[in-house]
Design a protein around this ligand. Structure first.
Ligand SMILES: NC(=O)c1ccc[n+]([C@@H]2O[C@H](COP(=O)([O-])OP(=O)(O)OC[C@H]3O[C@@H](n4cnc5c(N)ncnc54)[C@H](OP(=O)(O)O)[C@@H]3O)[C@@H](O)[C@H]2O)c1
Length: 258
């Protein structure tokens, strides 16, 4: 009798674990090899999500590979957000699969000395715009069917308060600021089409976070941990509704001025 009860209990635990994992969906993250992207991988895998963690150079993505090697929920895929055929090939590889949350995280700032008015480097301008604007747009286009087929139906963009036109009160990093304002605009535009498919766009600012991108600011301003920033951004993503699609969110859930 005791062993029968034990068997029923074990079966119950197995079923609830299975039910739990069925409830947690799938996420795809760009720029997942370091910084905020790597933290998104850790966070979603810990929450039981299946994670498609993309990196433009998986062979050198040591931290991500170490994380993935100990966790069956994480798959590492190669993806350069500027490689359109690579984006289409990855979307085709996952055709028919539901992706609950598409996290457009990969981004670059461009070196500050290449953005100084008077000696502007226009090739750098182009590469910042391509990576931060064209990339997320193309990836969203390629993966909309996957997201629309999911339960959560969320497309997130890790944008920046630097993209706030109202907040641009000095001349600082014009390429980066323009790219974040532009990605907000293209995503707000396409959100009208995505809304018809039940897909919510979430534009979220992580605040100043201690990553390679902010290495130059270490010691000069308070930087937030990747853990805290991702924790808060995931709360914002989870809480965003279709009615609020393409709102420009701060990490605390308040709205930023455009
Ligand atoms: N840190 C902050 O304070 C802060 C504040 C506001 C917004 N953000 C935004 O948060 C996002 C993540 O930034 P982070 O702080 O984690 O920066 P990070 O540490 O510099 O990491 C940037 C990530 O983007 C990837 N990436 C760059 N170009 C790529 C491309 N063409 N294809 C695929 N991946 C590419 C990088 O891959 P590689 O290793 O191959 O270069 C890396 O994984 C960015 O969109 C950034 O603008 C950050």
């Amino acid at each position: 009798m005791n062993s029968l009860l034990r068997g029923i209990t074990v079966l119950g635990i197995c079923m609830s674990v299975l039910a739990g994992s069925a409830l947690a969906g799938t996420v795809l993250i760009t720029g997942a090899n370091r910084g905020i992207g790597l933290e998104f991988v850790r966070h979603y895998a810990d929450a039981g999500y299946t994670v498609i963690a993309t990196a433009r150079n998986p062979a050198t993505a040591d931290d991500l590979n170490a994380l993935a090697s100990g966790n069956a929920l994480i798959t590492v895929e190669e993806l350069d957000v500027n490689d359109f055929s690579g984006i289409d090939a990855l979307a085709a590889k996952h055709e028919g699969a539901a992706i609950d949350v598409l996290v457009n995280n990969a981004g670059i700032t461009g070196r500050p000395e290449l953005q100084r008015f008077g000696t502007i480097n226009y090739e750098t301008f182009e590469s910042v715009m391509n990576t931060n604007v064209r990339g997320p747009l193309k990836i969203t286009e390629a993966f909309t069917a996957h997201v629309a087929a999911s339960n959560e139906k969320k497309v997130a963009v890790v944008t920046s308060s630097e993209g706030s036109i109202a907040g641009a009160t000095s001349n600082r990093q014009p390429f980066y600021r323009a790219s974040k304002a532009a990605v907000n605009m293209v995503m707000r535009n396409i959100s009208h089409s995505l809304k018809d498919q039940g897909v919510t766009v979430v534009l979220v600012n992580p605040g100043p976070v201690d990553t390679d991108m902010m290495a130059g600011a270490r010691g000069r301003m308070p930087l937030r941990t990747t853990e805290l920033a991702v924790d808060e951004m995931v709360s914002v993503i989870n809480g965003a509704t279709l009615e609020q699609t393409a709102a420009f969110f701060h990490f605390d859930g308040s709205e930023l001025p455009w």
